[in-house]
Ligand binder design. Structure first.
Ligand code: ADP
Length: 334
């Protein structure tokens, strides 16, 4: 629709990537001469200058479940990662690739079988390290976080975290107000039961509960699981807003490439307990064929751009969102 609005002559009712490629091929007779000479290429991505000190650093992290038994499972294999303050990182990988195991290491809930993990330069496995402080700084929103709701009112539920941190009732209350407001919860609901809310709203309350602890790093494990498309967009928009406004470091675990491509700046792809790729969405999705081999798919836009490029249409193979693809196609068609 975006392309049609901008005057490209393509038919109505296109639903698939291949239909669109075909329609665009027909629409652009003028480039017939150029197409023989054009060779698809990905634009070189200039690596952003990283700050020196990562907020989280994983060094040779290994984790083995049920070690020494018949059920032994090496769930993390030599994970080396630097996460920098203010980053918005997506972690993707199919079920069983080690995503949940990895993120539970980041706030010390799970302890690596071997390797070192640093938070702001300090090794969290040092005997004297204050793990309680780490859990305050690294907030983890589990899958189906609404299962963590338990208080009689929404407000009390959100107060629980800050009070558990040692804040008095007034201070915890202020934190709760602020967190509930920032997740867009209407004030008239604050004193109702969290269990009467819709799925999307319960999830907001659960996220508010973690935000109220003012974490420096916010990790969300599949925050959109089980939500309908509208609920999914609202939660992802909310997370993006928190990242932008609070300048908080966000790690978003997802199996949806489309979600991740639209929102994050960096993608870590996990496969069978290892980091398979780590880069910008544009960089990572260039490997779409390798991703397919491990049961993952790139966003539809990636297939579209590669398909167009194979037909000789000079589009940007780094485009990963609908908006980027639209702009790149319009540019190719001048
Ligand atoms: P993901 O979050 O990507 O789905 P997980 O971290 O849950 O992956 O799992 C990684 C691997 O560890 C899988 O093979 C899984 O079966 C195994 N695993 C996870 N939890 C346990 C457990 N409690 N005991 C034994 N194996 C486990």
């Amino acid at each position: 629709h975006g392309l049609k609005q901008r005057g490209l002559d393509i038919k109505e009712g296109i639903l698939t990537t291949n239909e669109l490629i075909e329609a665009l091929e027909k629409a652009g007779d003028w480039w017939q001469n150029q197409k023989k000479t054009y060779v698809g290429h990905a634009e070189t991505v200039v690596k952003k200058e990283k700050k020196e000190n990562p907020i989280l650093k994983l060094e040779h992290i290994e984790y083995v479940y049920s070690s020494g038994t018949a059920y032994e499972k090496r769930a993390l294999k030599d994970i080396n990662l630097d996460i920098y303050e203010g980053e918005f990182v997506g972690v993707i990988g199919h079920t069983g690739s080690g995503k949940s195991t990895m993120i539970q290491h980041l706030n010390g809930l799970m302890k690596a079988t071997s390797g070192a993990l640093y938070y702001n330069g300090e090794n969290i496995y040092d005997e004297k390290y204050n793990l309680r402080q780490l859990r305050n700084n690294v907030g983890l929103v589990f899958q189906y976080p609404e299962h963590q709701l338990f208080e009689t009112t929404i407000f009390d539920d959100v107060c629980f975290g800050p009070m558990n941190q040692g804040l008095d009732k007034n201070k915890a209350g202020l934190r709760a107000f602020e967190a509930l407001r920032s997740v867009g919860m209407p004030e008239d609901l604050y004193y109702q039961s969290p269990f009467d809310l819709s799925g999307g709203q319960k999830r907001r309350v659960a996220i508010a509960g973690v935000l109220a602890m003012k974490p420096e790093v916010l990790i969300l494990d599949e925050p959109t699981a089980g939500l309908d498309p509208k609920g999914r967009d609202e939660i992802l928009d909310l997370i993006a807003k928190m990242h932008k406004e609070r300048k908080i470091t966000v790690i978003l675990v997802s199996h949806s490439m489309e979600d991740v491509a639209k929102y994050v700046e960096r993608i870590i792809v996990m496969n069978d307990g290892s980091v398979m790729f780590d880069g910008t969405p544009g960089e990572v999705f260039l490997h779409y064929k390798e991703l397919e081999q491990v049961g993952l798919a790139a966003p539809q836009v990636t297939y579209l751009m590669h398909g167009l490029s194979e037909k000789g249409i000079p589009v940007d193979l780094n485009a990963t969102t609908v908006e980027e693809a639209k702009n790149s196609i319009l540019k190719a068609f001048k």
